[in-house]
Design a protein around this ligand. Sequence first.
Ligand SMILES: NC(=O)c1ccc[n+]([C@@H]2O[C@H](COP(=O)([O-])OP(=O)(O)OC[C@H]3O[C@@H](n4cnc5c(N)ncnc54)[C@H](OP(=O)(O)O)[C@@H]3O)[C@@H](O)[C@H]2O)c1
Length: 377
Amino acid sequence: MPFPYVLLSAAVSLDGCLDDTGPERLLLSSPADFDRVDEVRASVDAILVGAGTIRADNPRLLVNSPERRAARVAAGRPEYPLKVTVSGSGELDPAANFWHTGGEKVLYTTDRGAERARRAGLATDVVALGPELDWRLLLEHLHDVRGVRRLMVEGGGTIHTQLLQQELADELQLVLAPLFVGDPDAPRLFGPGAYQGGRLRLTETRRIEDVVLMRYEPTAPGVADAVAAADRHWLALACELAALCPPSRTAFSVGAVVVAADGTELARGHSREGGDPLAHAEEAALAKIDPADPRLRGATVYSSLEPCARRASRPAPCARLILGAGVRRVVTAWREPDTFVTDADGSGLLAAEGAHVVVLPDHETAAKAPNRHLLPG
Ligand SMILES: NC(=O)c1ccc[n+]([C@@H]2O[C@H](COP(=O)([O-])OP(=O)(O)OC[C@H]3O[C@@H](n4cnc5c(N)ncnc54)[C@H](OP(=O)(O)O)[C@@H]3O)[C@@H](O)[C@H]2O)c1
């Protein structure tokens, strides 16, 4: 189920507000930051806002720079990103700027909302997702039907809250503006509810005039077979670790990371780590964790190649070590080929013992990269 890369973008006041309650939109960013936002818009395939933002701000959501638009066209892309909005009710003003500026538009809504939107004659494609709006269906549709690979979400708070709570956001770009709103009724960036337990990863801070841009990535693994955005980040790290392995003609180069349910990294490892020619990545990572650590039961093992089911070098294959450690979720990029062991099925062994195995084939190329010399063709 591939989804687009989902980038949440917002500006907030020092007291965490997205806007005030006045009739005009509150300008929180600085001019240079608005230009940065324009650059981000120019880089994506689609921009999404909620119906609440269309009603409150009447935004155009354009790429304003003619040079950036020209560069998009020169690269064979549409001049403007697709504009996407979400409404349960379908109650949207047909005269809003959103519909009459920029390129193509699409409204995702419910069956009931679609009837209303069609009756109102909105200048847009209308996609009904059923009696309720399901974000996973929406993202899948954007990916598969509209070809969206990068999606920028520009609010408001209701939308940001859901995408973060449902672990569908790959990145949060947050700008902190040096002013207070102070109004108890002003909209907030994030509402109450269940978020990931641990800390997000801070990937960048940048001063832009008098505002600060902070970029964060979520870290909490998905649950069971559900894929969270953070799963992709951790698996990408495992693939990077695979590139650190001392080269070998007789064994794969693999990277592994063990992550607790709240997104805390417990350990990482790679094949032949520390000069041990027989060490496997998952084995090396698990050896660094106290076997009594209670976080292992809810942890996920990320491995660039599926854990081995049989090995000649040591008594316990990695699939057994993972099960023995109490881990019941594994995310991998690549099923083991027959290079050294015929019909190795580490995933099957894990699944037979009740573990969830998630394969993310988007990362297979990266996982194979340090192993090309071992593969046919
Ligand atoms: N500072 C910033 O960066 C920034 C950026 C954007 C917006 N804002 C501010 O944010 C405020 C608007 O935020 P908001 O939270 O009120 O609105 P919003 O998040 O833009 O949109 C909420 C609306 O989207 C639809 N929706 C969202 N989730 C849905 C679901 N699961 N199922 C069905 N429909 C769903 C509903 O539309 P229906 O009501 O039609 O059913 C809902 O009322 C404005 O004041 C705006 O100025 C600030």
